[in-house]
Design a protein around this ligand. Structure first.
Ligand code: HAM
Length: 417
C-alpha cells in the first residue's frame, strides 16, 4: 500500500524536540505573566476579509500566500497567516476595551502561509504573539522590547540583533510616500516587474523586495526618519531613551518597513546570524489605526510575533529526555500482577515508572531498563514475592538492596535521581 506523507511545508514535531518546545512555552508563560500579559486563544480560521483589510490587499501575504477557500459556497475563509488581526478582531468583538483601558494579550499557535519552503521557512509555522492594546505611550514600546530581549536571553540566545525604525503616522507618511514614488519613477527601468507594479499600488513594499537590482535602488531612496513629524520624532526618541535605560543595544534601520500594511511609528525586527537567509526571529511594531480600520474604536496598539521554529533552532539543547525514575522487572505471573498494580499506583502519584509485560528474562529486562535510562530498577520475582520482598537496584552505582514489598511504595516515593 502506498504511504501517505505529510503535506509539503507542514511538519511533524516529534519527541524529544517537543520537550524543547514545552520548555520554550513554559518560559514564555512565566515571563509574559510577569510583564502583565494574559493568554488569549483565537480560532485558526477567520473570514478572509479580516486579513485582506487588516494586513493589506497589496501585501505579499494577502496577494500570494494565504490558504483561502470557499466554505461550501457560503463564504470565503482563510487559515490565519498571523495572529494580530485575529487578536484585534476578538478585542473588538468582545468589547475588551470597555472593561480594561490597557490590554496585554499573548497567544501561541500555528500560522499558515503558502511560501516556498526552505530552511527556517514552513507553510505551517508557529508564533508566540504578544499585543498591547490601549496605549500609544512610547514606554509601552520600550517595555515590549525589554520583555522580548529578556525572554530571548532567558532561553540562552546570544548573537541576536535588534533593529528599529519609525514608519511615521498618516500625518507625515504621505510626504515620504510621495518622495519615494518620484524617486522610483526616475529609476523605474532598474526595478523588477513586481516592483514596477508595487510602485503604483503600494510603494513602501518596494523596500521589502529581495531582487538585487531593486535593493540597490532602495539603498539610495529617501529615508523615512527624515520625514517624521514632530510628534513621531518625539515618540521615537522616547522609545530609544527607554532602551538606553536598560542598556539594550539596537541599530536604527531606516529601510525597515515590514511586510504588513498596518504598521505606524515604531517597527522592529530581531535577527540572528546563525539562521542563514531566513534570519528574522521576531517582527513587530505599532499599529495605531488597526482597531479602527477593523471597525472598532480609535485605540492604538503595538505587538510582536516570534517565529517558534526559528527560536527553537537557536535555543541551546538541554538533556531534556529524562528516563523513568523506576523500571519494574517482574519475573513470573504473580509478580507481573503485583508489578502492574505498583507501577500504576506510583504513576498516580506522578512518578514516571515503566515496567515490562512480556515475562522476558531478567537480563533482557535489565537491558530495557538501561535503554530507557531508568534511575532505579525494582526486581520482583515470584520467590521474592512469597517472602514479601523485592530487590531495588540503583542503575548508576549498581548497588542493590532488599526492600519490604509492603512498604515499597513509600520507599520508592522517597527516591531521588
Ligand atoms: P511577521 O514578520 O510576518 O510579523 O512574522 C513574525 C515572525 O514569524 C518572523 O520574524 C518569523 O520568525 C516568523 N515567520 C514568518 N513566516 C514564517 C514562515 N513561513 N516559516 C517560519 N517562520 C515564519 C507578523 O506576523 C506580525 N503579526 C507581528 C506583529 C504582532 N506585529 C504586531 N504584532
Amino acid at each position: 500500500m502506498e504511504i501517505i506523507n505529510s503535506v509539503k511545508g507542514f511538519r511533524d514535531i516529534l519527541p524529544p524536540e517537543t520537550d524543547k518546545w514545552r520548555r520554550v512555552e513554559e518560559t514564555a508563560y512565566e515571563v509574559f505573566q510577569a510583564f502583565g500579559f494574559r493568554e488569549i486563544r483565537i480560532p485558526l480560521l477567520e473570514k478572509t476579509q479580516l486579513f485582506s483589510r487588516g494586513i493589506g490587499e497589496s501585501t505579499d501575504i494577502v496577494e500570494k500566500e494565504m490558504y483561502t477557500f470557499n466554505d461550501r459556497g457560503e463564504e470565503s475563509l482563510t487559515l490565519r497567516p498571523e495572529a494580530t488581526a485575529s487578536v484585534v478582531r476578538a478585542y473588538i468583538e468582545h468589547n475588551i476595551h470597555v472593561v480594561e483601558p490597557i490590554s496585554k494579550l499573548f497567544t501561541i499557535g500555528p500560522m499558515f502561509r503558502r511560501e516556498r519552503p526552505q530552511k527556517g521557512r514552513f507553510r505551517q509555522f508557529h508564533q508566540i504573539d504578544a499585543e498591547i492594546l490601549g496605549t500609544d505611550d512610547p514606554h509601552a514600546d520600550g517595555e515590549l522590547l525589554v520583555l522580548l530581549t529578556h525572554f530571548l536571553k532567558k532561553l540562552g540566545l546570544s548573537h541576536i540583533r535588534l533593529e528599529i525604525n519609525s514608519l511615521g503616522c498618516p500625518k507625515c507618511r504621505p510626504a515620504f510616500q510621495k518622495a519615494v514614488v518620484s524617486f522610483l519613477q526616475g529609476r523605474e527601468d532598474e526595478l523588477c516587474p513586481d516592483c514596477r507594479r508595487r510602485m503604483k499600488t503600494n510603494p513602501l513594499r518596494v523596500f521589502d523586495c529581495k531582487v538585487e537590482s531593486c535593493a540597490a535602488v532602495i539603498s539610495e531612496a529617501p529615508k523615512l526618519p527624515d520625514f517624521l513629524c514632530a510628534d513621531c520624532r518625539q515618540h521615537f526618541e522616547t522609545v530609544q531613551e527607554s532602551l538606553h535605560l536598560f542598556n539594550l543595544p539596537f541599530k536604527l534601520n531606516p529601510k525597515m518597513v515590514r511586510g504588513l500594511d498596518y504598521y505606524t511609528r515604531t517597527t522592529f525586527e530581531i535577527t540572528a546570524e546563525h539562521l542563514g537567509a531566513q534570519n528574522a526571529v521576531v517582527g513587530g511594531g505599532r499599529y495605531d489605526h488597526l482597531v479602527r480600520d477593523l471597525g472598532g474604536p480609535d485605540i492604538p496598539g503595538i505587538g510582536f510575533a516570534i517565529g517558534f521554529e526559528r527560536l527553537v533552532s537557536l535555543v541551546p539543547d538541554k538533556d531534556e529526555s529524562k528516563g523513568p525514575l523506576l523500571f519494574i522487572a517482574p519475573l513470573g505471573e504473580e509478580a507481573l500482577k503485583r508489578a502492574f498494580l505498583l507501577c500504576n499506583e506510583l504513576r498516580m502519584e506522578n512518578l514516571p515508572v515503566e515496567m515490562d509485560y512480556t515475562g522476558r528474562s531478567l537480563k533482557s529486562q535489565m537491558k530495557t531498563a538501561d535503554r530507557l535510562k531508568s534511575a532505579y530498577t525494582l526486581i520482583l520475582g515470584d520467590n521474592e514475592l512469597k517472602a514479601n520482598k523485592a530487590l531495588l537496584r540503583d542503575m548508576k552505582s549498581g548497588l542493590q538492596s532488599d526492600v519490604n514489598l509492603a512498604s515499597s511504595k513509600e520507599i520508592i516515593m522517597k527516591l531521588k535521581r
